[in-house]
Design a protein around this ligand. Structure first.
Ligand code: ADP
Length: 602
């Protein structure tokens, strides 16, 4: 599929054409900027040849209108879709979206959240619709990757009325963070969902993202792209108390302060230059302001790595990208220095010798470093092309029912745990056979104890496992007073400890999780339904009144699995699942899910 990707900003237009098949290839790339006096400068790359020059096009709208000619002039024809970078998707757009009249209106309504960016992005949508009325247009949102951030990461502790009015953290650079996390996982050779990654996008705009098991868990930009790291001209984190101080003591208006925080702060505010190359040059020549700016930039970035490692309960890799992340070995080194205590050690030679052609993602950690450090070029346009193709190729086929089972809280015990709780040599007693082959509920029960309270009569599921795993709901977590992470079964590293109490003794063990919802399915059925192991699907479930779409439901293909979706009691209650209900996999309507309340663990 041949896809044109448009990244239309307020002062420049970048675009690329990608052929998306088994691999994605960029066949054309261009940028038009510096618009003044009826002309602009451009740079076009095709077949490895780059051409630069001046074009008689006075603004972005003129370039957009001339696009068909520009592309045809370079032999690029037969486009099949247009993918657009849209900066702000607000709460409305959590995934890549095929655009129609109503979605364009909904994006327009988000303009107050991104007054500079969204109108520029929408200009490209409008012109592209006129120029190519028959091509599908797809929006890929910078904010969408962060839609998985939990409320504790997205909520500002401010009055309810403000929060009700939409004040919350969103995060940006999502397409870049997603791309580099995927690229890092490829380089490491492990599935993204097994990794805890901190992605550092350090360009003129800069942000950090905690990519926890493949999902954004937190990110340094907030409601606007002003929060977080020190940037070219933006301050990043400041004390909001400065508004009052500057207003009272210096008579500045809110708009004046805001403007200065966006455009006169960051590296520019500290040194007079927003360009890291200048700042590094001056610092090496002895300029004290530039030296402080570099220290501050690195210090704040390093603090975020520590914070996000703490938030995720561990760290497997740090990925650097963006103009500074890709090109400044000294900044990478400053950021990483001092993180040896958490198992991160840089190899200084590898750091110095980074080469990034052809989407390379070199690893630059020292031998024996537990945490990997990877550098790679971001490829937001490539990612937009891939997402556009994926949104358009999801096929519809016949709906098909899948039963849903509700898992009450339960424990899978190891041999050590069984003996600690029930006595040496004790064997659990299978009492109820479960639907998944070989699995049963035992007649024994166990008590869970946490700092806040106890849960009595918790079911035990057999057979024994090599490692103890206790699955509770979010509500149970509050009853115990322990914040259990949402995890796939078996992914237990860094999970919190809970006390198990049995008739013969007690045991403090980690392994406490809220099980990520999932669908068990065998390989034949999965193939028939177009599903694959590790895929995440959205499932529409529950009765008509309180039906819900459960996003990010993991497909788990097992050789002998019986097809069945597992959700926990909170999820079942939220969807008001009674004896029977109905729903469908969305967005492609591949299957109908019939919800049959079967309590897996009595
Ligand atoms: P944008 O956010 O505008 O896409 P970029 O990702 O292009 O920004 O990053 C621009 C930043 O990268 C600038 O601060 C620039 O100085 C910095 N940069 C580019 N090359 C180097 C280099 N070799 N050393 C240090 N900084 C660099």
């Amino acid at each position: 599929m041949k896809i044109l990707v448009l990244n239309c900003g307020s002062s420049s237009l970048k675009f690329g054409v990608f052929e998306i098949g088994d691999n994605a290839t960029e066949i054309f790339k261009a940028s038009y900027e510096k618009f003044e006096a009826g002309s602009c400068s451009y740079k076009v790359t095709k077949d490895g040849m780059t051409e630069t020059g001046e074009a008689p096009l006075g603004d972005i709208a003129a370039v957009l209108a001339a696009l068909p000619n520009i592309l045809e002039g370079h032999g690029v024809t037969q486009l099949e879709a247009v993918g657009h970078r849209i900066v702000h998707g607000g709460e409305t757009f959590r995934t890549t979206t095929v655009l129609d009249e109503s979605t364009v209106v909904a994006i327009e309504a988000l303009t107050p959240l991104a007054p500079l960016h969204n109108p520029a992005n929408l200009l490209a949508v409008r012109v592209a619709k006129e120029v190519w009325p028959n091509l599908p247009q797809v929006a890929v949102f910078d904010t969408a990757f962060h839609s998985t951030n939990p409320p504790r990461a997205t909520t500002y502790a401010v009055p309810k009325a403000w929060r009700d009015a939409g004040l919350r953290r969103f995060g940006f650079h999502g397409t870049s963070h997603k791309y580099v996390a995927i690229r890092a996982a490829e380089e490491i050779g492990l599935p993204l969902r097994d990794l805890k990654i901190v992605s550092m996008h350090l360009g003129n705009g800069a942000s950090v993202c905690a990519v926890n098991h493949g999902e954004s868990m937190d990110t340094s930009m907030g409601m606007t792209p002003l929060e977080g790291l020190v940037m070219g001209t933006r301050s990043g984190d400041v004390d909001p108390g400065l508004f009052g101080f500057l207003s009272r003591q210096h008579g500045l208006s809110i708009l004046e302060v805001e403007e200065a925080l966006y455009s006169e702060s960051g590296l520019k505010g500290l040194t007079g230059s927003s360009d890291m190359r200048d700042v590094e040059e001056r610092a090496s020549g002895g300029d004290a302001d530039a030296q402080l700016a570099i220290e501050l930039f690195a210090y704040r970035a390093r603090k975020y790595i520590g914070a996000y490692a703490a938030a995720m309960g561990g760290l497997d890799a740090v990925v650097f990208t963006g103009g500074i992340g890709e090109n400044s070995p000294s900044m990478r080194r400053r950021i990483c220095d001092g993180l040896e205590f958490m198992g991160l050690r840089l190899d200084h030679d590898r750091n110095q010798l980074v080469k990034l052609a052809n989407h390379a993602a070199p690893q630059i950690q020292a031998y024996g470093s537990r945490v990997r450090v990877i550098v790679t070029e971001t490829a937001e346009q490539l990612m937009i092309a891939r997402e556009t193709a994926a949104a358009l190729t999801t096929k519809a086929s016949a709906p098909e029912p899948i039963p849903v089972a509700v898992s009450a809280r339960h424990a899978h015990l190891s041999r050590i745990a069984v003996e600690a709780l029930f006595g040496a040599g004790y064997q659990l007693t299978p009492a109820v056979t479960l639907r998944q082959p070989g699995q049963w509920a035992a007649s024994e029960r166990v008590i869970l104890a946490g700092p806040k309270g106890r849960l009595e009569g918790v079911a035990i599921l057999g057979p024994e496992r090599p490692r103890t795993q206790i699955e509770i709901s979010r509500t149970d977590g509050f009853a115990l007073g322990i914040d259990a992470p949402v995890r796939d079964s078996g992914k237990l590293d860094g999970t919190p400890t809970v006390r198990l109490i049995g008739p013969a003794g007690s045991l403090d063990t980690d392994g406490l999780i809220v099980a990520a919802r999932h669908i068990h399915i065998n390989p034949d059925e999965a193939r028939r339904m177009g599903l694959a192991d590790g895929m995440l699907v959205d499932v529409n479930i529950g009765d008509e009144e309180r039906g819900l779409v459960f996003g990010k439901t993991l497909i788990r293909v097992g050789a002998h699995s019986v097809t069945e979706m597992h959700i926990d009691t909170d999820e079942a209650n939220a969807a008001d699942i009674r004896v029977k209900g109905e729903g469908s996999l969305v967005p492609d309507l591949r299957a109908v899910v019939r919800a049959t309340k079967e309590v897996v663990c009595p």
